[in-house]
Design a protein around this ligand. Structure first.
Ligand SMILES: [Zn+2]
Length: 119
Protein backbone atom coordinates (compact mmCIF):
# COMPACT_ATOMS: atom_id res chain seq x y z
CA UNK A 1 0.00 0.00 0.00
CA UNK A 2 1.11 3.56 -0.72
CA UNK A 3 2.42 5.53 2.22
CA UNK A 4 0.05 8.43 1.48
CA UNK A 5 -2.98 6.18 1.27
CA UNK A 6 -2.15 4.45 4.53
CA UNK A 7 -1.49 7.79 6.20
CA UNK A 8 -4.93 9.04 5.14
CA UNK A 9 -6.52 5.89 6.61
CA UNK A 10 -4.62 6.28 9.87
CA UNK A 11 -5.52 9.93 10.22
CA UNK A 12 -9.19 9.13 9.56
CA UNK A 13 -9.03 6.44 12.24
CA UNK A 14 -7.26 8.81 14.63
CA UNK A 15 -10.02 11.39 14.15
CA UNK A 16 -12.77 8.81 14.61
CA UNK A 17 -11.22 7.55 17.86
CA UNK A 18 -10.58 11.05 19.22
CA UNK A 19 -14.20 12.02 18.60
CA UNK A 20 -15.37 8.75 20.16
CA UNK A 21 -13.28 9.33 23.29
CA UNK A 22 -14.61 12.89 23.58
CA UNK A 23 -18.18 11.63 23.32
CA UNK A 24 -17.57 9.02 26.00
CA UNK A 25 -16.25 11.78 28.24
CA UNK A 26 -19.25 14.01 27.55
CA UNK A 27 -21.63 11.11 28.29
CA UNK A 28 -19.86 10.24 31.51
CA UNK A 29 -20.13 13.86 32.62
CA UNK A 30 -23.86 13.99 31.83
CA UNK A 31 -24.48 10.75 33.71
CA UNK A 32 -22.48 11.94 36.66
CA UNK A 33 -24.69 15.00 37.02
CA UNK A 34 -27.97 13.20 36.35
CA UNK A 35 -27.63 10.27 38.72
CA UNK A 36 -26.82 11.55 42.13
CA UNK A 37 -29.94 10.14 43.79
CA UNK A 38 -31.34 6.92 42.37
CA UNK A 39 -30.12 3.80 40.61
CA UNK A 40 -26.56 4.35 41.68
CA UNK A 41 -25.62 0.69 41.49
CA UNK A 42 -26.94 0.34 38.00
CA UNK A 43 -25.12 3.47 36.92
CA UNK A 44 -21.92 2.23 38.43
CA UNK A 45 -22.11 -0.88 36.30
CA UNK A 46 -22.74 1.21 33.20
CA UNK A 47 -19.85 3.44 34.09
CA UNK A 48 -17.52 0.45 34.35
CA UNK A 49 -18.59 -0.64 30.87
CA UNK A 50 -17.99 2.87 29.59
CA UNK A 51 -14.54 3.00 31.14
CA UNK A 52 -13.64 -0.25 29.42
CA UNK A 53 -14.82 1.18 26.11
CA UNK A 54 -12.81 4.29 26.71
CA UNK A 55 -9.72 2.31 27.64
CA UNK A 56 -10.08 0.25 24.47
CA UNK A 57 -10.41 3.42 22.39
CA UNK A 58 -7.38 5.00 24.07
CA UNK A 59 -5.34 1.86 23.46
CA UNK A 60 -6.41 1.79 19.81
CA UNK A 61 -5.49 5.47 19.46
CA UNK A 62 -2.08 4.65 20.90
CA UNK A 63 -1.59 1.97 18.21
CA UNK A 64 -2.67 4.44 15.52
CA UNK A 65 -0.16 7.02 16.75
CA UNK A 66 2.60 4.43 16.78
CA UNK A 67 1.70 3.38 13.25
CA UNK A 68 1.86 7.03 12.12
CA UNK A 69 5.36 7.12 13.57
CA UNK A 70 6.33 3.95 11.68
CA UNK A 71 5.16 5.56 8.43
CA UNK A 72 8.29 7.71 8.54
CA UNK A 73 10.52 4.66 8.11
CA UNK A 74 11.11 2.79 4.85
CA UNK A 75 9.87 -0.53 6.16
CA UNK A 76 6.47 0.76 7.30
CA UNK A 77 4.78 -1.91 5.18
CA UNK A 78 6.89 -4.82 6.40
CA UNK A 79 5.77 -7.26 9.04
CA UNK A 80 7.72 -6.55 12.22
CA UNK A 81 8.01 -10.25 12.88
CA UNK A 82 8.79 -12.00 9.57
CA UNK A 83 9.58 -8.96 7.34
CA UNK A 84 7.07 -10.04 4.69
CA UNK A 85 5.17 -7.23 3.01
CA UNK A 86 1.88 -6.47 4.73
CA UNK A 87 -0.92 -6.82 2.19
CA UNK A 88 -3.44 -4.13 1.28
CA UNK A 89 -6.29 -6.22 2.65
CA UNK A 90 -4.53 -6.50 5.99
CA UNK A 91 -4.02 -2.72 6.09
CA UNK A 92 -7.64 -2.19 5.11
CA UNK A 93 -8.78 -4.41 7.98
CA UNK A 94 -6.38 -2.91 10.56
CA UNK A 95 -4.66 0.25 9.28
CA UNK A 96 -2.33 0.33 12.30
CA UNK A 97 -1.21 -3.29 12.04
CA UNK A 98 2.49 -4.06 12.21
CA UNK A 99 2.05 -7.73 11.32
CA UNK A 100 1.25 -9.56 8.11
CA UNK A 101 -1.99 -11.56 8.28
CA UNK A 102 -0.12 -14.79 9.05
CA UNK A 103 1.73 -13.35 12.05
CA UNK A 104 -1.36 -11.39 13.18
CA UNK A 105 -3.35 -14.62 13.26
CA UNK A 106 -0.61 -16.31 15.20
CA UNK A 107 -0.60 -13.49 17.78
CA UNK A 108 -4.37 -13.40 17.91
CA UNK A 109 -4.47 -17.13 18.46
CA UNK A 110 -1.92 -16.85 21.22
CA UNK A 111 -3.72 -13.99 22.94
CA UNK A 112 -7.08 -15.77 22.79
CA UNK A 113 -5.47 -18.85 24.33
CA UNK A 114 -4.74 -16.74 27.40
CA UNK A 115 -8.42 -15.92 27.66
CA UNK A 116 -9.42 -19.57 27.95
CA UNK A 117 -9.67 -20.35 31.65
CA UNK A 118 -7.36 -23.14 32.77
CA UNK A 119 -8.78 -25.88 34.94
ZN1 LIG B 1 4.69 -11.73 9.40
Amino acid sequence: MERGELKAMLIAKQKELTIGIDELHADAFKRHNATKTNQQNNEKKKEAAFNTLEEAAILELHHVNQALGRLESDNFNQCSECSNLITDSQFTAIPYTKYCSRCANKHFFRSTLHLVPTR
